[in-house]
Ligand binder design. Structure first.
Ligand SMILES: NC(=O)c1ccc[n+]([C@@H]2O[C@H](COP(=O)([O-])OP(=O)(O)OC[C@H]3O[C@@H](n4cnc5c(N)ncnc54)[C@H](O)[C@@H]3O)[C@@H](O)[C@H]2O)c1
Length: 297
């Protein structure tokens, strides 16, 4: 007689036989037109989900949906900072698919990388509010409207993309850091409330991924201009420079952090494999926020 209850196999056992870990699920991915969001959309579709991309980059979103196929991916224009847009994205999803299983709050902005913006002494209040509005309020609005779809079914998974800047100071601009700390806190609070309804709420905190957001910021380097407005960089040299910087800072040596690594974490938190995980911040950072090899171990 063993202590293990074999009558209730964990869903992970079934998943081992089913490579499509999100089969039958309906998901919304905000900021899914490019970067980490695009990788999440592709991974969700690969694992059998039907995905609605909600973004302000209409050209990128439509192109991605067309590439993946309209039966598995559609696009809806949605500025996450505008409640009417978020409401419409959820309503459209319910109208077309009848349910919402997963919300991935991925949309985010780094904020302007001007020299002045880097100092708290010359804080631009309007820009601070803009970053908080997209990164924190945007996720809260997503949770609000996802909850109205998920609560009646007593099921659902909300996965937000926070950041290592939501764990430690010194890893991002002031407004961005404040917004991501807010998002980690919001995740825990929402998990408390929505857990009562069988809904899980988690977040992922990536270290640096060489997406347009980060590469543009690096390009502007001490920088002038607006990292959010700059065109996406395809230049390999800049990507390599960014990836080398990230590799040098991570205590884990070997792998290079890529958007696909964050997508894998999102698949796990969206799927039933993580059915007992809620209120968690899954840090994907090669040890940056937990370890520093100062004595040469
Ligand atoms: N790249 C990194 O190193 C890194 C690290 C930690 C966390 N993150 C977080 O990951 C998420 C994705 O970042 P990324 O690096 O892929 O950035 P990105 O700039 O490459 O992509 C962001 C996407 O969000 C969309 N977006 C921006 N504002 C929006 C709004 N108001 N409403 C809807 N969509 C909007 C953009 O159009 C774009 O498609 C962000 O939340 C970011 O803070 C990124």
């Amino acid at each position: 007689m063993t202590a293990v209850d074999n009558k209730q196999p964990s869903p992970a056992a079934a998943i081992l036989h089913n490579p499509r870990r999100l089969e039958g699920k309906v998901a919304i991915v905000t900021g899914g037109s490019r970067g980490i969001g695009e990788a999440i959309v592709r991974a969700f579709v690969h694992h059998g989900a039907v995905v609605v991309v909600a973004d302000i980059d209409d050209a990128g979103g439509h192109a991605l949906a067309a590439a993946l196929g309209p039966h598995v991916c559609t696009y809806v224009h949605c500025d996450v900072a505008e409640e009417a847009d978020v409401d419409r994205a959820v309503t459209t999803t319910l109208d077309h698919h009848g349910r919402l299983d997963v919300l991935c709050n991925n949309a985010g902005v780094l904020g302007r990388q001007t020299r002045a913006a880097k100092s708290i002494a010359s804080l631009d209040a309007a820009e601070f509010a803009r970053v908080l509005r997209v990164n924190a309020l945007g996720a809260a609005l997503g949770m609000k409207h996802a909850a109205r779809a998920m609560v009646p079914r007593r099921a659902g998974s909300i996965v937000s993309v926070a950041s290592v800047a939501g764990v430690l100071g010194g890893l991002g601009p002031h407004a961005y850091t404040a917004s991501k700390h807010a998002l980690v806190g919001l995740t825990k609070n929402a998990a408390c409330e929505l857990g009562e309804h069988g809904i899980r709420v988690n977040c992922i905190s990536p270290f640096g991924v060489a997406t347009p957001m980060l590469v543009n910021a690096l390009r502007q380097g001490g920088g002038l201009g607006d990292a959010d407005q700059a065109a996406a960089s395809e230049e390999e040299e800049e990507v390599e420079k960014m990836e080398e910087m990230v590799r040098s800072l991570a205590t884990l040596k070997g792998p290079t952090l890529r958007a696909g690594d964050i997508a894998e974490a999102a698949v796990f938190l969206a799927s039933d494999e993580s059915r007992y995980v809620s209120g968690h911040n899954l840090v994907v950072d090669g040890g940056v926020t937990t370890s520093r090899n100062v004595i040469g171990l």
